[in-house]
Design a protein around this ligand. Structure first.
Ligand SMILES: C[S@@+](CC[C@H](N)C(=O)[O-])C[C@H]1O[C@@H](n2cnc3c(N)ncnc32)[C@H](O)[C@@H]1O
Length: 197
């Protein structure tokens, strides 16, 4: 199979496919155009199980995600989708601690939206990550794609990596994929909660 990994998103999707089972609770913390949300919906939702929360601060992202998912999924699956227009620094109260299998972030601004002012920012992304860690169940994963190609994105990546490096290795597996031969290319951060038996 060539190429094994085409892009940071490709690589992220491969991990999601290995981890997610139908019936899981999953969160897309930056739903944007809904492309990643759709991948997550197909992996986690059935007519009577699974819950998908899709968050975005931008109203256009919420309507684009709704339209995309409605055009690909049955009404029964759509009922299991919760679209939340809000900053991801907090998550909906109904999501219980220790229950979520996958929380994804694709940092930056809405592609094609022409509104670069609503890009993700270090402070809220870090707060979100801290809260996300409490929501994961054992074996659950945070998948974050970072964009160090612009100034805020570089700052965001630096601070997120510095924070992640402080996590207790007895509780978390933390891994950062980056392209060594592509300058300022996007990268993929993975944080998995370990099992305690
Ligand atoms: C690169 S896009 C996500 C692309 C998306 N995953 C897709 O498949 O189309 C980043 C998104 O993060 C959103 N965003 C920026 N700041 C945010 C915040 N504080 N909370 C939630 N979403 C935010 C932007 O509005 C934008 O839609």
């Amino acid at each position: 199979m060539f190429p094994l990994f085409q892009s940071h998103l490709d690589l992220a999707h491969q991990y999601w496919k290995r981890l997610i089972r139908s019936g899981d609770i999953v969160i897309d913390a930056t739903c944007g155009n809904g492309q990643d949300t759709l991948v997550m919906a197909k992996l986690s939702l059935t007519e009577n199980s699974g819950t998908l929360y899709a968050l975005d601060i931008h109203p256009r992202a919420i309507s684009l995600t709704r339209e995309l998912l409605q055009s690909h999924l049955s009404p029964g699956l759509i009922e299991r989708l919760h679209l939340c227009q809000q900053c991801h620094s907090t998550f909906p109260d109904e999501i219980k601690t220790g229950t979520v299998s996958l929380i994804t972030y694709n940092l930056g601004y809405l592609p094609g939206g022409g509104d670069k002012s609503q890009t993700t920012l270090v402070k809220s992304t870090l707060q979100s990550l801290i809260n996300a860690l409490t929501l994961l169940k054992e074996g659950g994963l945070i998948s974050m794609t970072c964009y160090p190609g612009h100034e805020e994105g570089q700052k965001e990546e630096n601070e997120i990596l510095a924070f992640t490096a402080t996590l207790d290795p007895k509780q978390w597996n933390c891994c950062h994929h980056r392209w060594l031969n592509r300058k300022r290319a996007p990268s993929l951060l993975l944080i998995q909660k370990l099992y305690h038996r």
